[in-house]
Design a binder for this molecule. Structure first.
Ligand SMILES: Cc1cc2nc3c(=O)[nH]c(=O)nc-3n(C[C@H](O)[C@H](O)[C@H](O)COP(=O)(O)O)c2cc1C
Length: 152
């Protein structure tokens, strides 16, 4: 079995949001997660300032169909594919769509990882992106949330 993995970045378009950003993202995630679960697509969405980064992985035809739909979404613009490859295993087998906002990184380790991504999104390559997404998803999965850091 193989999976297709596609990573892209795009620019958030505030003018097309009908709700406050948090609500718009929550609505988007609820829809996307239900849809991705139906299709067997896993992955992550990272918001870094006004740049979205997304990793989508799953059956080739479903990843392509989903990305074609996402690309046309008016809530973001100028999508640029960073990488597309076939792999034998998923990187995010337990996440229909893990989400993280770099602005919420009160945790020093994550903040230092996120800074270059938010500052120079055009320089972010596949390896950088995967490292940051995997690291954030693992920390959250292990219960290391920003709340705990702030309380400490
Ligand atoms: C940054 C971003 C990421 C998205 N990710 C997904 C996703 O992973 N899966 C999905 O089904 N829809 C995702 N969407 C939503 C789709 O673009 C689209 O709005 C949704 O599939 C509704 O399409 P429909 O009206 O044709 O049903 C995303 C939208 C944006 C702006």
């Amino acid at each position: 079995m193989t999976v297709t993995r596609l990573c892209y970045r795009s620019t958030l378009d505030y003018s097309k949001m009908t709700l406050p950003l948090d609500e718009e993202i929550n609505r988007l995630l609820a829809y996307a997660r239900a849809n991705n679960a139906r299709k067997g697509i896993t992955g992550a969405l990272l918001l870094a300032g006004s740049t979205f980064f997304q990793l989508l992985e799953g059956p080739d035809v479903d990843v392509r169909e989903t990305f074609a739909r996402i690309r046309d979404d008016s809530r973001h613009k100028n999508p640029v594919v960073i990488d597309e490859r076939v792999d034998t295993e998923r990187l995010m087998p337990h996440q229909w769509l893990f989400f993280t906002d770099t602005m919420d990184a009160y945790d020093g380790v994550l903040a230092s990882l996120f800074l270059p991504i938010a500052n120079t999104p055009e320089l972010v390559g596949y390896d950088d992106l995967v490292s940051v997404m995997m690291f954030s998803a693992t920390r959250v999965a292990r219960g290391f949330e920003t709340r705990d850091v702030m309380r400490a």
